[in-house]
Design a protein around this ligand. Structure first.
Ligand code: COA
Length: 118
């Protein structure tokens, strides 16, 4: 993975509200710890990152598919079997998406954020 792809992920993650500090913490974790994982997909013709999943331990921290690539099964490809936990804000409307992959709501982190496990 080269710098160009990191920059594309940076832009995508900013667009969908991942804080700059959160991004750098993840990159540091990814570079220096075995507990951080990055799954991503590239449109090989256009050399563009279409989506990514930042994972810490077994928790999905940030999963984004670029708008023009949605509905093509990319989100599904970005969730490896070892992911068992996700927190998702109600405003993202993604609970139904995670339920497709065996996640179930087990509680709430606060009034807006659901905790899902599988
Ligand atoms: C949620 C998101 C990752 C889905 O990505 P995607 O590539 O469009 O998803 P896929 O094409 O792989 O869809 C897989 C299945 O989930 C369904 N699905 C997709 N988004 C859904 C949603 N918001 N609610 C319910 N089901 C959904 C699809 O219809 C598809 O169903 P099928 O297998 O029966 O055909 C994408 O919309 C996104 O990046 N949203 C903005 C960021 C976000 O909300 N991230 C998740 C919360 S942290």
């Amino acid at each position: 993975m080269d710098l160009k792809h990191w920059l594309q992920i940076w832009k995508l993650s900013n667009k969908y509200g991942f804080s700059k500090i959160g991004f750098f913490k993840f990159v540091m974790g990814y570079l220096f710890s075995k507990n951080y994982h990055l799954v991503f997909n590239i449109d090989k013709k256009k050399e563009v990152v279409t989506g990514f999943n930042f994972i810490e331990h077994n928790r999905i921290k940030r999963l984004v598919v670029s708008e023009q690539y949605r509905g093509k099964g990319i989100g599904k490809q970005l969730i490896p079997d070892f992911c068992k936990l996700v927190y998702t804000d109600n405003k993202r409307n993604a609970v139904g998406f995670y339920e497709k992959f065996g996640f179930k709501v087990v509680g709430k982190k606060n009034k807006d954020v659901f905790i899902l496990k599988r």
